[in-house]
Design a protein around this ligand. Structure first.
Ligand SMILES: [Zn+2]
Length: 490
């Protein structure tokens, strides 16, 4: 007897040929896909513990959120109407306090709320960089989801001593790597290329030598300051620095790559490193309209795996990975010209390319026999999907999280007919509400039905980490001066 049988579904396999089976059957046994093929008349008589009539649904691989931060999820709505400087100031102050151990209740509620909402929206794998990832690893593990988690390490952003940060990273890896039947994996997360010194990169490389199975997850080439800081660190540019310390390789998954040039693209491809593209967060919080847009088509043409990430989703109030695909297209088209992607390419970035970027493309990301059964059923028996022509376009232009009906991860049914099997929806909502009430009472933040108000500028200034950001800004300023007057300042 099989574990799960789905029959009479439209199956978007996302295999190498992008095959779509109009009337397909999927068999799951022991967590694995054992058959993905056209439905036969005898399929209705096959015995399985769970039989799902897939008519009226599209079955596709579970969505991969290839770069995100989850612990502040209950603060959805708090930032989206602020100015860019207010956002940056209040976030830096908050991160400083969380790094010192405050707001545990908010972090706990944050991971629960994130797990629940991503599950409801068909996201079966996340790659999250946070400050307190232990709770995340356990929450996602218990919810039956797949996740890559790691604590952010940086020496020019927080005031937590670097030795302490590395000790926490080691403890996290030892406790959580490869847990929950391999669904939860630890990562090593130097935060970015604008807030880390060369010494931190070198220590990170030493840590990766100790743990050769782990991915290295970071932000790269996000801003012009990325390369400025690399020069301050004694390298030609950001990727040269990573190469010099031994981190530019197939273990690297880096978010953004917005200012990547042709040489960066070639170096990334040659190193077999991967990219997570996060279009919404940049479209929402664009610091410089003149700046170039992430060269995703060029990266993909060069052979780089590019997944999609929702990044700090509570800065732009979205849980929709379908929305990231749509935004990737709109942003690329408006910055360049129409037709930057086909719909199927965007489906691939949401699934198999995200999986490959995370080094698990052989296990998940497409529906093929032998792979783990991470899949979602999208209810397309709705007026909005009628007529059901060009399914890839419907998925990336028209589908929403609420259209996801059933979700399987590793062969287990984690949501059936919109009802999560592994999480208590009411309890999660209640804890998120209570956490925000307490947060409001403990801080100068104010939330009401019409909006939010961060603490006053002076309160925010008081809470900012002191040493890290001051060193960061002075290094950038000095390097910018050196770049402007290369012969005078040494
Ligand atoms: Zn990020």
């Amino acid at each position: 007897m099989y574990d799960v049988l789905i029959h009479d579904a439209t199956v978007v396999t996302v295999d190498d040929r992008n095959q779509i089976i109009e009337n397909g059957t999927i068999v799951v046994d022991d967590g694995e896909l054992t058959a993905v093929r056209p439905t036969r008349t005898e399929d209705v008589d096959l015995s399985a513990e769970t039989v799902i009539d897939g008519s009226g649904t599209v079955v596709m691989p579970g969505l991969v959120n290839a770069h995100t931060h989850l612990e502040l999820t209950p603060l959805i709505g708090a930032f989206s109407d602020l100015g860019l400087l207010e956002l940056m100031g209040s976030m830096t102050a908050l991160f400083g306090r969380i790094s010192e151990g405050e707001f545990e209740y908010l972090v706990d509620a944050g991971y629960e709320l994130a797990a629940l909402n991503f599950l409801l929206g068909g996201v079966t794998t996340v790659n999250s960089m946070d400050l307190r990832p232990s709770v995340g690893a356990e929450t996602f593990g218990e919810a039956g989801l797949r996740g890559f988690f790691g604590p952010a390490i940086t020496d020019l952003f927080f005031d937590v001593p670097v030795d302490e940060q590395f000790a926490q990273a080691r403890a996290f890896i030892d406790d959580h790597h490869d847990t929950y039947n391999g669904r939860i994996q630890a990562t090593i997360c130097p935060h970015d290329d604008w807030s880390c010194t060369r010494d931190l990169w070198e220590q990170t490389a030493a840590l990766t030598d100790e743990y050769p199975d782990l991915l290295v997850h970071t932000h790269l080439l996000e801003l012009d300051e990325s390369n400025t800081m690399a020069r301050a660190n004694g390298s030609e540019d950001s990727l040269a620095l990573l190469d010099e310390v031994g981190l530019l390789n197939e273990r690297l998954i880096a978010a953004h790559f917005r200012v990547a040039d042709e040489q960066d693209i070639q170096r990334t491809a040659a190193a077999n490193a991967s990219v997570a593209h996060c279009p919404s967060v940049f479209c929402y919080w664009n610091p410089d309209a003149e700046m170039q847009w992430t060269p995703v088509p060029e990266l993909r043409n060069a052979g780089v795996d590019v997944g999609l990430g929702i990044d700090d989703h509570y800065w732009h109030d979205s849980y929709s990975m379908f929305g990231e695909a749509r935004q990737a297209r709109l942003a690329a088209n408006v910055k360049r010209t129409a037709g930057q992607y086909s719909s199927m390419e965007l489906v691939r970035m949401l699934t198999i390319e995200g999986a490959r970027a995370l080094g698990v493309g052989d296990e998940i990301g497409s529906l093929e026999p032998g792979k783990r059964a991470d899949l979602i059923l999208v209810d397309v028996d709705k007026p909005k999907f009628t007529p059901l022509t060009n399914i890839p376009a419907h998925l990336v232009n028209n589908a929403a999280p609420a259209d996801v009906e059933t979700v399987l991860v590793d062969g287990e049914i984690v949501m059936r007919n919109r009802s999560p099997e592994t999480m208590d929806v009411d309890a999660v909502q209640q804890r998120a509400e209570q956490a925000v009430e307490r947060f409001e009472a403990e801080t100068g933040w104010e939330f009401d039905v019409g909006g939010s108000e961060p603490p006053s500028t002076s309160e925010t200034m008081r809470d900012l980490p002191k040493r890290g950001p001051v060193r960061l800004l002075s290094r950038l300023a000095l390097q910018s001066a050196r770049d402007a007057f290369p012969f005078r300042i040494r």
